[in-house]
Design a protein around this ligand. Sequence first.
Ligand code: 3PY
Ligand code: MG
Length: 255
Amino acid sequence: MLKNTTKAKLKVGETVFGCFVRYPDPNLVEVLGYQGWDFMVFDAEHAALEPRDCENMVRAAELRGVTPIVRVTTNLQPIILRFLDTGAQGLHVPWVTSAAEAETAVRSVKYRPRGVRGLASVRAADYGQEISFREYVQQANAETLVVIQIETSEAVERLPEIVEVDGVDVFFIGPTDLSHSFGVPGQPQHPTVQKAMQRIVETVAKSNAALGVFVSDAAAARWWCERSARYIVVGLESLLSRAVRDFLRAARRNG
Ligand code: 3PY
Ligand code: MG
């Protein structure tokens, strides 16, 4: 089993940077892997990624020393199992709104005694070729990163109990769904959403977990780093569109 370098960096207080990838293409992951990302999140929630796609994307990330993480469609044990069995070293669980749901997510990720993840000779377990199940189960429980998304008003309200759940590494703010949930879709700068985010910052700061957030540019990433976020995820599309527009603008000006 590979060491989870992203989790190790978070443990010693470092800040890590990743991007969401929504396209089922291992070559894209491989190319992006040359650019120095700590991790990538393969997005099965908002894209048509199946476990087989993720498995090949995980292979490509491993090749480039990037931590492969998957965002699953929903908080259900059999679904989480299929995505983790690919060898993904971490999991984003969207739409968690209570401590009970956070507990369900952690139990789906962890093997016994902490959880109920099903055990088999899958890719995550080196197909049973390298290490014993006994060692694998311990390593997987220690290495797999658990990211719980906080993106509803209910979750903000119940966050003091949610952060008490043992085994969560990152509480991750989803600004788009959060703004939607507060009745101002697409307006994360709205004072109501900003107030909710400040509550999240303060509550997560009292826990043992890191604060994570979705951003669309470097300025937002810096802003969040100054507000104690240490797990920063950017959307590939926003990076790409800016780079392409800048290129076309500069090239046409000189043409
Ligand atoms: C959101 O903003 O709702 C997210 O889930 C970000 O990934
Ligand atoms: Mg969301």
